[in-house]
Design a binder for this molecule. Sequence first.
Ligand code: FAD
Length: 438
Amino acid sequence: MAGDASKILQVAVIGAGAAGLCAARHLASKPHLFQPHVFEKEEQVGGTWIYTEDVEKNKYGFTVHSSMYKNLKTNLPKEVMAFPDFPFDKTLPSFLTHQQVLQYLKDYAQHFDLNKFIKFKTCVDHIKPVITSSKENQVIWDVGFRGIEQSSDDIETQQFDAVIVCNGHYAEPQIPNIQGMSSFHGNIVHSHHYRHPEDYKDKNIVLLGAGASGIDVALDIAPCARRVILSHNKNPLVSALPENMSQAPGIKYLKDNKVIFKNDQEEEIDVLMLCTGYKYSFPFLSPECNVQVIDSRVTSLYKHAIHTQFPYLSFIGICSVICPFPQFDCQALFIMSILDGSQQLPSRHEMEKDIEKDYNWRLNDLQFPNRYAHRMSNMQWDYNDQLCMMAKVKPISRVVPSIYDAVHHHRVNHLMGYKTDEYEITGPDTWRKIEPNK
Ligand code: FAD
């Protein structure tokens, strides 16, 4: 099908969060080649940026998707967060509220006239390849979906030439197995369900995990809680922390209302909050799609995006520890260059060799644990450049990594202050403290 100019490719996009919107925006820019059909189970665009007070199920009985909490401010500044072709409003501060990011995504959808492609309140139930020729990538895709107000028997099916999966990966909590959990006397919650610090007033709380969420939520809770302990296996945070916040090693076990850390320190606590991340989940992909998730590794995806057996099944947003919106843009353009035939993929065998090489390099050279198969951090810029080069499109501006690195450095040393309006980013490596009287 690729390269057949007489045929407009019908492309199903699953999800209208930042990734799905970005896919739709680029597909829609070539109407002679592509027709996007976006499926979104929420009532509006924005995905994880749609804050809700609901924590378990929404009013339609669906599991709550968003992990946003009331006071969340972005941990990336707007200067690097934006899609390359759609800057944030200049009058906004560098670090944004979730409402401001949601508004940005709504503005993006409106600016590129994307809402007309989106079927809202429509949940994708299943996706299945239907082989149309002996060549294995010659398939069409059955996409089964239903209105969220309809019964689960009311599934409609439509066929598409290609599918781009953009369903996010911060919706299904990863729950570790800790000895003593089932008989623990206190509350155990996951950060996915965290909404307000007031719910933890005067509580003694341990947050397990010092990723971005663990640190940010601990700092948000500290002004209300009696005591906050951040338990993790990383090097201790170097920044100053609130007076009632301390750090401890990982948890050895739980007993009654006590947590026993790996250094045998014991603390009586009211709440254990698991800031232990999320699982990749694609409940709608049928077994025939041949997508496996093993130890947080989604296989087999060439360049973390293209299914090696079915190149017309692709994914945006699988990587972690990234600057998401700019990377989504690179991935969308990369996928489109395959769909429109302007880029020829290597053979399936070559692609699988490339994946194994990348994975083994992570495990052996970088000494990453298995679950870091899609973790990017400072590798993201080369990866983005590679996608852009292969897709023959303009790479992301060099200014983005410079600002990203500067913010990271500043954050590590000033966890309590780096998001406030006391600081202003004045250039790639420059940061100015704003004097209060100026
Ligand atoms: P999502 O936003 O999760 O969107 C996926 C969409 O798919 C949802 O709308 C969902 O309803 C829909 N969907 C899922 N399954 C189905 C189905 N079966 N049928 C139909 N629709 C479906 N990024 C930053 O750049 N800066 C930050 O400061 C930042 N802070 C963050 C803080 C938190 C707490 C979290 C959780 C994430 C943060 N991120 C941040 C990362 C954020 O996830 C990305 O920026 C980005 O919004 C992810 O977009 P996405 O489209 O991949 O996923």
